[in-house]
Design a protein around this ligand. Structure first.
Ligand code: SF4
Length: 351
């Protein structure tokens, strides 16, 4: 008999086609989602969802709504809101959070799903359906090499490197828990792929105060997270850009953009960033102020610093060191290095 997931099952995986269809029937247009008292409630739930993603506070099963319809609708609306903000880091935080929620739903399924049913493969019926929609067959504890390589291309953990895997006749051996990890990664990639979506400006304008508040909260969080600026903890790529300015070279547009957005993300003010560009021999204050202002949000869009993959594409990943092998974003490099430096200062004081 064909298996049709319940609304509760779908609400744990709101990115599935069936979930989207379910909510489309209830709310045929974006206007329906936004309107009236119901719209207000859904907007509030969606904003909470984004805040949870930013602060990673909610554990699986805590908070949220017990109404499956609201859960799916707030997922869809959170994507609309985050698209209005159009900030890559916020998008990344939200999609990581959604992938983690789905992962927790899978590994804890027996606790919440009264329709839980185990298949001969050892995976549940629901998990098998979710995996299949994501293009992954989990019927056996193995995966074709080509699919595996594609799936792990965004994972930097040693245990997933091909040299550390058993490969037999073109199939990579995977245990149950690794399969769940791979599913989580696939969900993250798929939910991130089409963001930001194009949202008519009228909707973004309608929720402008909420957007401003979210941005403020996020910026404060970043400042708390990064604290005092420590130039010696900058990653090699950022150091190289600063050295280039100091030695009188003209930065390319991606170079200016990467440096400015990085410095802004770690909490540097517009004036401070501009002063850094003042190290260049052909420094033009007015022009620099304008360009910096545009990148840090003066044009309505606040840009996030590019990740390592994008830096490599633009030729800006220069002299990566050992720490670079463990991270995929210059901001993560900075955070880790700064922590290590602080720890070693503390240890020296104790000695
Ligand atoms: S790996 Fe990343 S952090 Fe390291 S130098 Fe390259 S872009 Fe910078």
């Amino acid at each position: 008999m064909e298996y049709t997931p319940s609304a509760k099952e779908l609400s744990n995986f709101p990115f599935l086609k069936n979930s989207k269809e379910y909510i489309r029937q209830k709310y045929p247009s974006l206007d329906n989602l936004f309107s009236g008292d119901r719209g207000e409630i859904l907007i509030k739930q969606s904003l909470n969802r984004i805040r949870d993603a930013l602060f990673a506070k909610r554990k699986y099963g805590e908070g949220g709504s017990s109404n499956p319809e609201d859960n799916i609708a707030s997922y869809a609306l959170a994507r609309v809101i985050i698209s209005c903000l159009n900030d890559r880091q916020l998008i990344e935080r939200l999609t990581r959070y959604e992938a983690e929620q789905a992962y927790q739903a899978i590994v804890n399924e027996e606790q919440w799903n009264e329709n839980f049913q185990l298949e001969d493969s050892g995976f549940s019926r629901l998990c098998t359906m979710v995996a299949s929609e994501l293009g992954i067959s989990i019927k056996q504890n193995q995966m074709p090499l080509v699919d595996y390589i594609e799936l792990v291309s965004t994972i930097h953990e040693d245990r997933f490197r091909l040299v550390n895997r058993i490969v037999t006749k073109g199939q990579v051996q995977i245990n149950e828990f690794e399969m769940y990890d791979l599913l989580r990664e696939r969900i993250r990639v798929i939910t991130q792929r089409d963001l930001p979506i194009k949202v008519p400006s009228v909707f973004c304008e309608k929720i402008a105060p909420h957007l401003a508040e979210l941005q403020k909260v996020y910026q404060e969080k970043m400042l708390q997270q990064f604290g005092k600026i420590e130039e010696s903890a900058f990653p090699p790529c950022i150091q190289a850009l600063i050295n280039a300015i100091t030695s009188g070279a003209n930065l390319t547009h991606p170079g200016r953009f990467s440096l400015t957005s990085f410095l802004h993300n770690i909490g540097m003010e517009k004036l401070q960033i501009t002063e850094l560009f003042a190290r260049a021999p052909d420094f033009d204050r007015e022009k620099t102020m304008y360009q910096v202002g545009h990148i840090i949000g003066g044009g309505g869009t606040e840009y996030s610093a590019p990740g390592c993959a994008a830096m490599r594409t633009t030729g800006l990943c220069i002299r990566p060191d050992n720490l670079c092998e463990q991270i995929n974003h210059p901001l993560s490099y900075y955070k880790i290095k700064k922590k290590r430096m602080q720890r070693s200062i503390k240890e020296k004081k104790v000695e």
